[in-house]
Design a protein around this ligand. Structure first.
Ligand SMILES: Nc1ncnc2c1ncn2[C@@H]1O[C@H](COP(=O)(O)OP(=O)(O)OP(=O)(O)O)[C@@H](O)[C@H]1O
Length: 254
């Protein structure tokens, strides 16, 4: 991915295997978010291929626009929380399912004609939302405005919203940022449960406790290039990785 004269991500290749947690780590400016933005369609990569092996076949994500990528089964959360603050917690989860709901009802015609598929689809959407509210311990807050939730709850709500789209791949951009140790542990357990449902997880995270604790594989970027792709225990001892982190003042892989 090039921005004018700057190559932000250069010939980076890795796999996020099905049903595994793959972490993408690296010092500030390494190109992690740019990678996510290419995968999720916020940027169209200047060159290269990004493929999703979906249940329906291989989808060439680098050719698709963002909403088609989402429809193909890729969901994401953001470094800075992006919820609909004035809507309730439950409404945030229903809005996320708008596509599924509309498709199930013939893009609104069924709803207008009062056909029976609409209430059924709506019930399924509420059930899915309730399931993920339970998983994220937010059920009691279902009717509160999302903007009124404490920070840690808003982070979990973003994940619940992404999961309501039933993605094949969930991309989490720094989900532990700003969480206290108890919340980080809870988040790790939630991400593991998501992995265990068969959803593949791609995780950008600076909290090495979370990364090393839950990742099946760790990919390391530095200055836009891939410097390691291995098991967490091996990445932790990788000399190039240690050098990249030590070059960045106090932050170290420990
Ligand atoms: N839209 C853009 N236009 C120009 N340069 C960009 C753009 N987005 C990212 N960059 C540059 O690309 C490089 C990689 O940035 P990126 O945000 O992907 O790094 P990162 O690893 O996610 O960093 P951090 O950990 O700080 O979030 C940086 O040099 C950044 O300034």
């Amino acid at each position: 991915m090039r921005f004018g004269g700057l190559t932000a991500v250069n010939e980076v290749g890795f796999r996020a295997a099905r049903g595994e947690i793959t972490a993408v780590i690296g010092p500030n400016g390494a190109g992690k978010t740019t990678c996510f933005n290419c995968i999720t369609g916020f940027y169209r990569p200047t060159a290269g291929t990004i493929r999703l092996h979906a249940a329906t076949g291989v989808v060439e994500l680098h050719r698709l626009s963002g909403h088609r990528i989402a429809r193909a089964g890729v969901a994401r959360t953001f470094q800075n929380i992006r919820l609909f603050a004035g809507m309730t917690v439950l409404e945030n989860l229903l809005v996320a399912q708008h596509n599924t709901l509309m498709a199930a009802t013939g893009w609104g015609i069924g709803a207008v004609l009062g056909l029976s598929r609409y209430p059924r689809a709506e019930r399924a959407a509420i059930e899915r939302a309730t399931h993920w509210l339970n998983e994220t311990r937010l059920l009691a807050r279902a009717d509160d405005p999302a903007g009124a939730l404490p920070y840690g709850d808003q982070r979990r709500l973003e994940i619940a919203r992404a999961m309501c789209t039933e993605p094949a791949l969930l991309c989490l951009d720094e989900p532990a940022a700003g969480l206290n140790p108890r919340e980080s542990e809870e988040l790790s357990a939630l991400i593991r449960r998501i992995r265990d449902t068969g959803t593949s997880v791609l995780l950008i995270e600076h909290d090495m406790g979370v990364v090393m604790g839950i990742s099946d594989r760790v990919v390391v970027l530095d200055h836009g290039v891939l410097i390691a792709d291995d098991l967490p225990a091996r990445v932790r001892q990788d000399r190039a990785v240690i050098a990249a982190y030590l070059g960045e003042d106090e932050e170290a892989v420990s």
